[in-house]
Design a protein around this ligand. Sequence first.
Ligand code: KIV
Length: 275
Amino acid sequence: MAKQTTLTLQKMKEQGEKITMVTAYDYSSATLAQLAGIDTILVGDSLQMVMLGDDSTIACTMDTMVHHTKAVVKGAPETFIVMDMPFGSYNISQQQAIENASRLMKEGRGDAVKLEGGTDMEHVIKAVVDAGIPVVGHIGLTPQTTAKLGGFKVQGKGEAAKEVLEDALAVERAGACMIVLECVPGELAAFISEKLTIPTIGIGAGNKTDGQVLVYHDLLGLFDKFVPKFVKVYKNIGNEIVEGIKEYISDVKSSAFPEEKHIFGGVSKEDLKDL
Ligand code: KIV
């Protein structure tokens, strides 16, 4: 399969073909996602939670993002890779945003950056796009600002729908190539997806968006702190891993492992006799 680009992703929207996105944070998860035929990978700052054990994404740094993105790009060189800009790396000034987005492109070597925010971030998105860097927007529930939003809550219910729509329009106007809609009512996400010309990628946003994204650890049952309502656990690999490690422990305790086939030869009792 040829590598997706901003143009082919745009074409997919125009042709009504759904876009698939999954997060990955290291070489092996990226390799498997590419092997499965995913359209796009997101190196999400959610890695701060599912890989590093924090209860939010806030502490994620540029160094962490660069470190993980490099591994993902090595594992999935034929996949369109989106890199999250961490909290505090783009909110101070347009110059700061351009510098950090450039660093992610140069050192991480993904294909686009993603940053959170709508009307409040329009000027920043425009500045980064004008600097030649593809930007993916992210509106609705924006995990980096859950403190301001009052927690992990669905956004855009009732009259608040207008604000989310305005955010979406601002992100498109600023020149973003794609937009993530997180935790918004399905009807609103469908309306926004119709209204925008750029592809919309939903997470907890119903099934009428142009594509879907899920966190790798969520869809594979690898993260058990909580499972949001919008997640479908496709395979429970977490249980498989625990079973595998239990068997290993039991085999080691009983000396059933290593077996003859796992052991290097080349020294006989005779060789050891006079040592
Ligand atoms: O960091 C992340 O995984 C994300 C997704 C929830 C879209 O931003």
